[in-house]
Design a protein around this ligand. Structure first.
Ligand SMILES: Cc1cc2nc3c(=O)[nH]c(=O)nc-3n(C[C@H](O)[C@H](O)[C@H](O)COP(=O)(O)O)c2cc1C
Length: 386
């Protein structure tokens, strides 16, 4: 199957530009062996490359390229399939953008085309190329330091105390070294119950969580508890019950965030929206969790504006390497910023994911990078030179 991979990357500081001709020569040899063809652009700082060929060959070459220390911040922009190659002649052709004006390069690239139809810049792959040549989108190049520029130092005092049957997971602002909220999660969450019984059980579990957390968490700390959206939509006095429990737990509604997952079907949108109204009237905040993973996506925000959204591990995993994930998360961040909704990024496992999201404007995080096994929080500390 003919596959195209397009990526951009940043030349490493300690690599002289004069290595390029030799590198291209070698690349051509290897590409020819794998029946891979393509084009490489260089603007003095960044590379942009289109690789085309049989899927196995393209992936093999791209995997080698990703681990090459001569460049860094390799971001995959596109992976697609097509009936024919755009550039079938050259193992790898280099265009140095410092040596030609933009219009000349754009025309020269089209002239290299070998597809049966005249190449045009309507093609998605070539639109990426034109954007790079015209130096647009540069404000979205959030580049991150290598992971080993950071140490993560355990701080046992900052971690919330544990309670039997419950996990307390902090939400942290790593650069501000602050715990901004604590999430309480019951360890036992039965999923076999159906509908009404399930929602009653869910409400009881949330109430238990509130009571336990009331004893365990320090005064004034924001408490995050998740609830099924249909629990709020189907139990008419669910919000009243929660408010009384909050009071009984010695907490105040303003310190509670109720998180509902966007992946759980909200089939009664009107009932859910009116429960949200009652929550807000009572002073309780709403978070939409796993944001972007469900079917509603951004359009949900046109109907219900939560105080927070939490984006989950699926979309965050390896975000520093994926152009499509970056574009989606940036759209969420921009939309939330316009609506003054706070964004939490959960499921962070790698320093690069955290650094990319910080650069994109996220402040609050959860994930094993900051809460490894054991009762401590790992704060990042910058390590100058390795
Ligand atoms: C910007 C850039 C583009 C590259 N393009 C190719 C390429 O198209 N084909 C290729 O075989 N190697 C390319 N390389 C070199 C590979 O990273 C790698 O060194 C080479 O495939 C040899 O693989 P090996 O190091 O596993 O032996 C490129 C390197 C850089 C920094």
């Amino acid at each position: 199957m003919l596959t195209t991979i397009i990526y951009r990357s940043h030349l490493s500081d300690d690599v002289p530009v004069n290595i390029l001709p030799g590198m291209i020569e070698k690349a051509c040899e290897l590409n020819t062996r794998h029946q891979v063809t393509g084009i490489l652009l260089f603007n003095g700082t960044h590379f942009f490359q289109i690789l085309e060929g049989p899927e196995e060959g393209v992936i093999d070459i791209y995997t080698r390229i990703c681990t090459d220390k001569r460049h860094h911040n390799v971001v995959e922009l596109m992976r697609d399939y097509s009936p024919s190659r755009r550039f079938g002649n050259a193992g790898m052709e280099l265009f140095d953008l410092r040596e030609h004006d933009r219009a000349t390069v754009l025309q020269a690239v089209l002239d290299k085309g070998t597809s049966r139809y005249q190449l045009t810049y309507d093609d998605r792959g070539l639109q990426f190329l034109r954007t790079f040549v015209e130096a647009r989108e540069k404000e979205n190049y959030f580049e991150v330091l290598p992971y080993d520029y950071w140490d993560f130092i355990a701080d046992e005092e900052a971690a919330p105390a544990s309670e039997e049957g419950f996990k307390f997971i902090p939400v942290v602002d790593p650069l501000g070294r602050k715990v901004t909220a604590i999430e309480a999660i019951p360890e036992d969450q039965p999923t076999s119950l159906q509908d009404a019984a399930r929602f009653e059980h869910d409400l009881a579990a949330v109430k238990q969580c509130l009571l336990k957390a009331g004893m365990a968490i320090p005064d004034g700390v924001t408490l995050y508890v998740t609830v099924l959206p249909m629990t709020l939509a189907t139990i008419p006095d669910a919000v009243d019950q929660l408010v009384s429990t909050i009071e009984a737990a010695g907490l105040v509604p303003e310190q509670i965030i109720l998180g509902v997952s966007e992946t759980q079907v909200i089939s009664l949108l009107d009932e859910f929206a009116s429960a949200v109204k009652r929550l807000k009237q009572a002073g309780i905040s709403l978070s939409i969790d796993n944001f972007g993973d469900g079917s509603a996506g951004l359009s949900l925000l046109a109907y219900i504006q939560p105080d927070r959204v939490r984006i989950g591990a699926g979309i965050i995993r390896d975000i520093h390497r994926s152009g499509p994930k970056q574009a989606v998360v940036q759209a969420v961040i921009r939309c939330c910023s316009a609506l003054e909704i706070n964004v939490i990024a959960a499921g962070i496992t790698r320093p690069e994911e955290w650094m990319w999201l910080e650069a994109a404007g996220v402040i609050d995080f959860q994930g094993s990078l900051f809460t490894p096994e054991g009762a401590s929080i790992a704060w990042p500390e910058f390590r100058e030179v390795i």
